[in-house]
Design a protein around this ligand. Structure first.
Ligand SMILES: *[C@@H]1O[C@H](CO)[C@@H](O)[C@H](O)[C@H]1NC(C)=O
Ligand SMILES: *[C@@H]1O[C@H](CO)[C@@H](O)[C@H](O)[C@H]1NC(C)=O
Length: 251
């Protein structure tokens, strides 16, 4: 078989490969350094982490070092409001309340009408997709009116969203709640500045509760930190077809 490439050509290709690998290694190395020396804008992260130990409401199993989670719990206060409705309060919202909702500093369940047991807040709206806009606006108005000073960050989630509050607090600890910023999975259609996916949940700083400004929610390696679908749809490569609307919505 005739050789496709001469000796010098092979050496050249080899050199190119070495170059690519070195570049890959160097860029990863620097983003690693940047990640760990990240200078928080607002609060001083090392101060946050050094501060007192208080159990994260006893949610972390004994034997596990919870110092960091406890400290973040006290210094990055997150109010979660969960969009629910009369039909899913018992089947979905209840389970949010029993799982990730317990890691919020405050958790509120927003519904069109108050339920008989008083578990949810009635917003006086209708139900259904076309009412989502009003439910969301009314919910934020309610939180603004009654809870503006009881948290630093205000998270909106659905009753089928799963949030990892510890990771969220870690992301937020690098930002000041006094700056108008919000984080989530940013989609680009419909409006020039884009918007955050409702299903993935999004979080507003205290200042952003007055005015909405989108921040970059990706981590130091440019990976997304909010995901609108169930885990396997994001984890298994190729499961969302290339033609699926999601890809054209992403930045
Ligand atoms: C952050 O806090 C640590 C510990 O108190 C201190 O050593 C460091 O200088 C502080 N950094 C800034 C930027 O204030
Ligand atoms: C959430 O849990 C708390 C504490 O167990 C309970 O008092 C509250 O009624 C629950 N709310 C919902 C919506 O299930």
């Amino acid at each position: 078989m005739a050789t496709l490439c001469s000796r010098s050509c092979l050496s050249f290709l080899f050199g190119v490969l070495i170059g690519i690998f070195s570049l890959y290694f160097i860029t990863n190395y620097f983003s690693f350094i940047r990640h760990f020396s990240l200078q928080p804008e607002g609060q001083n992260r090392s101060e946050v982490l050094a501060l007192g130990i208080q159990s994260e409401r006893g949610l972390i199993p004994s034997g596990v070092d919870s110092a960091m989670a406890d400290s973040l719990y006290r210094h990055v206060r997150v109010l979660c409001w969960v969009m629910t409705g009369p039909n899913t309060l018992q089947t979905k919202a209840k389970h949010v309340n029993a799982t990730w909702g317990r890691h919020c500093n405050t958790v509120l369940f927003m519904s069109s009408a108050q339920d008989s047991e008083g578990l949810s807040i009635g917003l006086g709206t209708g139900e259904g997709r076309d009412q989502l806009y009003w439910k969301t606006i009314r919910a934020f108005q309610y939180v603004h009116r009654h809870h503006l000073h009881s948290a630093d960050w205000f998270l909106k989630a659905d009753d089928d969203t799963f949030m990892v509050l510890g990771n969220l607090r870690w992301l937020l600890s690098a930002h000041s709640p006094d700056r108008p910023v919000y984080f989530g999975k940013r989609f680009k259609p419909y409006v020039k500045q884009g918007y955050m996916s409702g299903g993935a949940g999004y979080v507003l700083s205290r200042e952003a509760l007055r005015r909405f400004v989108a921040g970059d929610s990706r981590d130091s390696l440019s990976r997304e930190t909010f995901h609108p679908f169930i885990p396997e749809h994001h984890l298994i490569p190729g499961i969302l077809p290339k033609s699926f609307w999601y890809w054209s919505y992403c930045y």
